[in-house]
Design a protein around this ligand. Sequence first.
Ligand code: TEU
Length: 532
Amino acid sequence: MSEWWKDSVIYQIYPRSFNDSDGDGIGDLQGIIEKLDYLNELGIDIIWLSPVYDSPNDDNGYDIRNYYEIMEEFGTMEDFDLLLSEVHARGMKLIMDLVVNHTSDEHEWFKKYPDHYFWRDQPNNWNSVFGGPAWEYSEERDQYYLHIFSKKQPDLNWENPVVREKIYEMMRWWLNKGIDGFRMDVINFISKDPTLPDGPDGDGSRYFMNGPRVHEFLREMHEEVLQHYDCMTVGEMPGATPEDAQVYTNPDNHELDMIFTFEHMDLDQHSHEKWDFKKLDLIDLKENLEKWQHALHGCGWNSLYWNNHDQPRVVSRFGDDGKYRKESAMMLGTCLHFLQGTPYIYQGEELGMTNVTFDHIDDYQDIETLNMYEEKRAEGISEESIMQSIHVKGRDNARTPVQWSDAPHGGFTTGTPWLKMNPNYHDVNTEKERTDPYSVFKHYQELIKLRKNYSLIKNGTFELLHRDHSEVFAYERLIIDEKMTVYCNFSDSHHKFQRPEGDVIHSNYQGAGDGDEVFELRPYEAVVFYYF
Ligand code: TEU
């Protein structure tokens, strides 16, 4: 089967915040259908849909109550079928989120089958990702159950073959409908050390990340399900190293097509504590991406992303969301899209959408943010300092609704949005972006086209240039007698370099690369030279 995902650009939709068709303030499937022509115009190939299954929404759909039903607020199964056929009619593909490390505690399996989960008389010392212990006491059973995420997300016990078969059956059911693959939520957490030992300082990750049977389970899933379909898979994998990724994504191993690493997302924080942030050192980022480019070249496959529904907006994070918002949003796009791998665009990234700074905790909705707030307040940490962390790192930064126009609520809804809009929607919205000749949207359109015109981007080797430069990320892509040189200025300073060979094929500035011997990079300028 052809590896079509290697030639594709993927667009992630977080349905709750994408487009609301019925005025209840929550995005829905009909809302997505209304915007398929927009996505087609952008030029993307594949849509990744964050969970749309029936859910009590403790974690916005990542807590699934029924894998075979659509969440009421999002529509019906008929709406889903229509969405799928409309996506296919436009020559695009659709992949679904597969959340099978855990279910909702309201899933019928949790009520009926204790052996599908982890129950113990005594909990171990693990902490949950969303704060507090990873074990919840049930009076009914007089036992504790394991939940690595919220207490409404009990972990499934993959040691039980019945659980695995039920999951495979559900995957077949969706693939038989014609979907084109899965993004697999924390899929490297599915195999736990069955003795569930205590971890250092309550950190159990060494006993559940990349656990003892994870490769066996994924190979079984491939054999039982995936190999029978022309589909793609991407595994979300916190804590996966390049060496792990080589095993997961090497086609000879029959596991997954690619994974999401977290390494480059964790560079602006101290240790594993996401709220303990520090300024990104660009050299760390360059060396990290270099490591991944080299590790998977010729033996696996990278996914390329700056953004998703869990991460702050990249233009605010690694760019400049003030004076150079447009320039830096474009530069970041260029920097990522010329690497080897499959690029992911998260909704609104193509507009240069930014983080938000709501003043009050009541304006936030995310469980991780709200739990952290409570915990830190109880520890006596100041309101001001907690709010600052939320402004920098909170997941709701990515979840404010997509800004379609200058109309009330950015044209997202005629009702009241479930999460407040970013107030900058008057300046940043799709209508403006599509008419403005200098726009982030048009820049992304071009990036997507360039990948299709130059196979070097897909196949070439990667060489980091100017390794020790702390403000410029430059690299070369090479194959036989073709070469691309990419220069990206991550600062508002001017920098001069010797001009590489070739013609300028892409930039975010007029007159980029001008000069015989030497050329200048202006603030947040990106320029790509092509030589053959
Ligand atoms: O995220 C997994 C994950 O590790 C995140 O919790 C991440 O550490 C955190 O968001 C950083 O702030 C996946 C989903 O993408 C996320 O939305 C879910 O909340 C989580 O799994 C549980 O399903």
